[in-house]
Ligand binder design. Sequence first.
Ligand code: NAP
Length: 322
Amino acid sequence: MSDEQMPDQAYDILIVGGGPAGLTAGLYAARASLKTLLIEGATSVSQITATDMIENYPGLSGGISGFELVERFKKQASQFGLEIISGDVTSIKRKRLGNIDGWEVTAGNNTYDTFAVIVATGTNWRKLGVPGEDDFAGRGVSYCATCDGPLYRNKEVVVIGGGEAAVQEALFLANFARKVTIVHRRDRLRAAGILQRRALAESKLDFAWNSVVEEISGKESVAGVKIRDVKSSGTLRDIPAEGVFIFIGMTPNTALIRGIADLDKNGYIVADSQMKTSADGIFACGDCTAKLLRQVITACGDGATAAFSAQLYVEALKGKSY
Ligand code: NAP
């Protein structure tokens, strides 16, 4: 296809999602001189911005807050010409662009034409689904210790879960709260060894092992949780708490792509080692994909690969392969 036939308003690559995966894809695409737009959520933020401290990103010894890291990613990608806008993407549809197949992406009242899409929509906190969880949302129930932790100075709080997020956030909450009780359904933690050691050494942390939360109770705001011991014939007991922080894993933000590209049984996007999905011209990267390890560093690696794959795809579409 010649340049004259190419719709000149179309983006080469449109990236959906402004977390580490999307921003790294944007950095690589912009440095490759591709016309690239990144749409970050207008009513949602990348989860990493709610992470108090990241201390396993290579080269940044001493750690960095998630918010600061994302700001640095944005600044760096923008310096190379990445266009970044806010908007909630509501649809991705096939569209003929000139005489080749491209995509139309809708966000709010605007539509954008593009030859390739990179989906980097991440995940959201999974809900527990117990009585009181929705009733007390914002009145004691939280999914973000970084945002809400300082509200619980000298108070008692409960953290639910035993993974990296639960343990890391419980340690953060111990900076403010008088006491933090981790309620976990097993008798040991899933989190990384270093976090486990810190948690077990933190005097403000208490553990309710082999326990599940049955109910979050209170009147105007949270007053406590009722937990059931799953080992000793289901004994119930109350733990007083003014804050309940739920970190029981994630659900992928992939509704947008359902029916377009293949998802696995848990709703994560299936992408190959080149970050290609089952749909031609749609690439995916970061936490929204089916993968073993969800970390900032792996999201960035995926993002770089997705951008390079999309670059090769767009160059081939335009008949400009090197
Ligand atoms: P996760 O690793 O999936 O852990 C979820 C925890 O919640 C598990 O301990 C699980 O119990 C428990 N759980 C799940 N459903 C539950 C239910 N219905 N009731 C009670 N407990 C329940 O999730 P995550 O900690 O949010 O981490 C998600 C991803 O982000 C991981 O890949 C993690 O590596 C990454 N992450 C990394 C960091 C870091 O590097 N510092 C920080 C945060 C997150 P079981 O153990 O019994 O399954």
